[in-house]
Design a protein around this ligand. Structure first.
Ligand SMILES: Cc1cc2nc3c(=O)[nH]c(=O)nc-3n(C[C@H](O)[C@H](O)[C@H](O)COP(=O)(O)O)c2cc1C
Length: 180
């Protein structure tokens, strides 16, 4: 079963989360996982995938332009129903806790629903999600660095655990669907 993780990231915050998502998916037996920054991602590969997980930094409460531009290349797949039935999930990072995490996640999920994909979120029964997380996917806060020279405030271990949990769950669901 094939999983494609596609992400946008300007300064590495979302990239770190994307790698955790991919790592979680790889933990599932039989999962073949590919991960690409959106600048290298190939829409033509999507047809072969069982699951697609995309994510970005939240830009003003919505999808970053880089990822949105790529998603808007999916028109020919949408017109032919090529993504119908594939599993989908989303992740994002923002600088502030109330800076639009859930708006961004919902905006990331909307094109998946338009394409007939089966959305997977993170339920409260997932250990990592009980006290800290989101039902809509994984959205985490990476506070703005105090100066341009300061080391990046990358996602914490707790954030990365959520990313791995999402990747695992998507691959598990995609594996079950592929086995039918
Ligand atoms: C154009 C732009 C708009 C942004 N809008 C928001 C916002 O609305 N809310 C927020 O909390 N952070 C916002 N941010 C901050 C990023 O979401 C945040 O720094 C993110 O973790 C960056 O991830 P990256 O390093 O993967 O690009 C914005 C950043 C940029 C460049």
């Amino acid at each position: 079963m094939k999983v494609y993780v596609v992400y946008d990231s300007e300064n590495g915050h979302t990239e770190a989360l994307a790698h955790a998502v991919a790592e979680g998916a790889r933990e599932v037996e039989g999962a073949e996982v590919r991960i690409d920054h959106v600048r290298d991602a190939n829409v033509r590969l999507l047809e072969q995938m069982d699951a697609i997980i995309w994510g970005c930094p939240g830009h003003f409460g919505t999808i970053s332009a880089g990822l949105k531009q790529w998603i808007d290349k999916l028109g020919y797949l949408w017109a032919r129903g090529k993504l119908v039935g594939k599993v989908g999930a989303a992740f994002c990072t923002t600088a502030t806790e109330h800076g639009g995490i859930e708006m961004t996640l919902l905006n990331l999920l909307t094109p998946m629903l338009h394409n007939g994909m089966i959305i997977v979120g993170l339920p409260g029964t997932v250990k990592e999600n009980v006290l800290y997380g989101s039902y809509y996917g994984v959205g985490v806060t990476c506070p703005v660095e105090p100066s341009p020279d300061a080391p990046p405030n990358l996602p914490t271990e707790r954030d990365l655990a959520l990313g791995r949990a999402l990747g695992r769950r998507v691959a598990e669901v995609a594996g079950k669907l592929a086995a039918r």
